[in-house]
Design a protein around this ligand. Sequence first.
Ligand code: AMP
Ligand code: AMP
Length: 343
Amino acid sequence: MGNVKDYKIATLGSHTALQILKGARDEGFETICICEKGSTRPYESYGVADQIIEVDSFADYFDIEQTLIDQNAIVIPHGSFVAYLGPQNVKKIKAMHYGTKGILEWESDRTKEKKWLLKAGITLPRLFKSPEDIDRPVIIKFHGAKGGKGYFLANTPEEFYQRYEEYKDFPGHEKFAIQEYIVGVPVYSHYFYSRLTGELEVMGFDKRYESNADSVGRIAAKDQVDVGIHTTYTIAGNVPLVLRESLLPLIFKMGEDVVRTSRDLEGANGGLYGPFCLEGIIDPELNYYVFEISARIVAGTNPYINGSPYAWLRYNEPMSTGRRIARDIKMAIETDKMEAILG
Ligand code: AMP
Ligand code: AMP
């Protein structure tokens, strides 16, 4: 039987690092936080890291990777890995890595992502092939847009071309998706699937707090038009949420269907496991339109470092998603099943 003392848990200091490192500590691991110079303060102040490694930029991760390998550290990926290293470089991580790397490719390519979700029977907003086809409100999303920056809305082809002009300098503006704009409330569903228990868990829900989408309603429609405000979705934070209880059976089913179909994806090495999130909009008929899947921990779990109402029901102890990951790793170590959690 392995021992948690023989391993360390490491991650990049941003996104969900606080709960990942705290959760690892709570499960008995020593922790390492890789910080960009000038960003160490929270990790020192909250006392979650046994060791802080400073780099000029997260993109320099590979310069310090050997230190992690020497210490038998398991790296926990989160949103900043794909954002700052890119999905191709994440694949090159040589240190022990929690989760299947092949899945990240499916979630970061909109075409592949759509194929996967449709196969799982998930309802998606309609996608338009060409701007000429726009016949209703749509949202235009540039590939590689970060944190909701670089989206715009249009109602007609003319409006599309007019707005598109303004994005000429936006990096990656040549590639974009045109999605039906769903009028409803945003709901992000947080899941955890363990290969060791074979069970899907619903960890909680959040909604995003986006600037300026969440502020335009604070001024009159006339002022919105007069000032010429364009809606943007830059993420500033997350708001906790509980869902109407009668929707829970659907939420469980969607999660289970997504996990099951992931096993057939090319390069997915046995499929999706660990934390993931379905991101979408619930309309007035209670249809849940999913526009995105994140195959890793999402920052919407940050309000629940002490556990969400759902995690409380199940665990009766504080269980963040970060801690749930550490517990999965601990179980794998103690039952000698590391191959079930490393990818
Ligand atoms: P950061 O390290 O904060 O720059 O975030 C890395 C990536 O995760 C970026 O693509 C962000 O858009 C995304 N992200 C960061 N924080 C949040 C959040 N609270 N909710 C949703 N996405 C986030
Ligand atoms: P994303 O970066 O894809 O998670 O989307 C950022 C925000 O854009 C979401 O939180 C929603 O507020 C909004 N959004 C994205 N796609 C749609 C859609 N198809 N219909 C309505 N709102 C959307």
